[in-house]
Design a protein around this ligand. Structure first.
Ligand SMILES: Cc1cc2nc3c(=O)[nH]c(=O)nc-3n(C[C@H](O)[C@H](O)[C@H](O)COP(=O)(O)O)c2cc1C
Length: 222
């Protein structure tokens, strides 16, 4: 399916103008915009294209109030017209999902038997050895957060503000929203239209503090 509405804000401006919103107006997000945010945002990349992210879209006021109670009563959870419970499914590394990715690739003409067999034979040992992550939750979070970043920037490009949140109790959210044991809660994201001026921009470190050249610790610039 193609998206036939277009964002009003370019990428640079969306990145510069996105801020964590702590108060929201009650205006709903138009259905077509919410759909576009998911359609475009979910183009995020993932290892072997396994796409382990899962989102519970919470819109009913009584459910947002329930979620707010699991999130240290953060105001934005009760106010934003949409709150996402952003999850990662550890079962995405299992054969059922691998076959679903193969079927998807076939549907769009990007799969052949060799690559399908490569996926079937290479993915299970990768997860047995997991050389690049300590736990499956680290793996689900790695991917889910990348999709969240895409969603927030696409949202801003359509004029929709957001607030990512780690201030919640995982156990309470899982119980209240019937999230199965093999699914991790990565973060919450409030979406809507900001009600107040944002907090003053806190700045970002320059690349000379956070980037290195060739070896960890060696200055990137200067
Ligand atoms: C993973 C993550 C968790 C966060 N958790 C919360 C939270 O629970 N509550 C909140 O008000 N803001 C939360 N924030 C927002 C940050 O405080 C905010 O992004 C940061 O101060 C930088 O401000 P800016 O996003 O407006 O540039 C979170 C941000 C991230 C990325």
């Amino acid at each position: 399916m193609t998206v036939d509405i277009h964002p009003s804000t370019g990428l640079k401006e969306a990145i510069e103008q996105r801020r964590a919103a702590r108060a929201f107006r009650s205006n709903p997000i138009p259905e077509a915009i919410l759909e576009a945010i998911f359609q475009i945002g979910l183009r995020a990349p993932s290892g072997f294209n396994l796409q382990p992210w899962r989102f519970i879209v919470v819109r009913e006021q009584q459910n947002r109030d329930k979620l707010k109670a699991c999130a240290f009563n953060q105001r934005q959870v009760g106010e934003a017209p949409v709150v996402l419970i952003c999850c990662g499914d550890r079962a995405s590394a299992e054969m059922e999902n691998i076959e679903a990715v193969i079927a998807l690739g076939s549907e769009v003409g990007a799969m052949n038997d060799d690559y399908a067999n490569y996926m079937r034979s290479q993915i299970p040992p990768f997860f047995e050895n997991h050389p690049s992550f300590e736990s499956m939750e680290a793996w689900t979070n790695r991917h889910t957060m990348l999709a969240v970043a895409h969603l927030m920037l696409v949202a801003k490009s359509f004029g929709v503000d957001s607030c990512p949140m780690e201030g919640f109790s995982t156990a309470q959210v899982k119980e209240a929203f019937h999230i199965p044991p093999h699914v991790d809660v990565c973060c919450l994201v409030a979406l809507g239209y900001a009600a107040e001026p944002f907090k003053q921009y806190g700045g970002r470190f320059k690349s000379d503090r956070v980037c290195f050249s060739e070896t960890y610790g060696d200055p990137f610039l200067g």
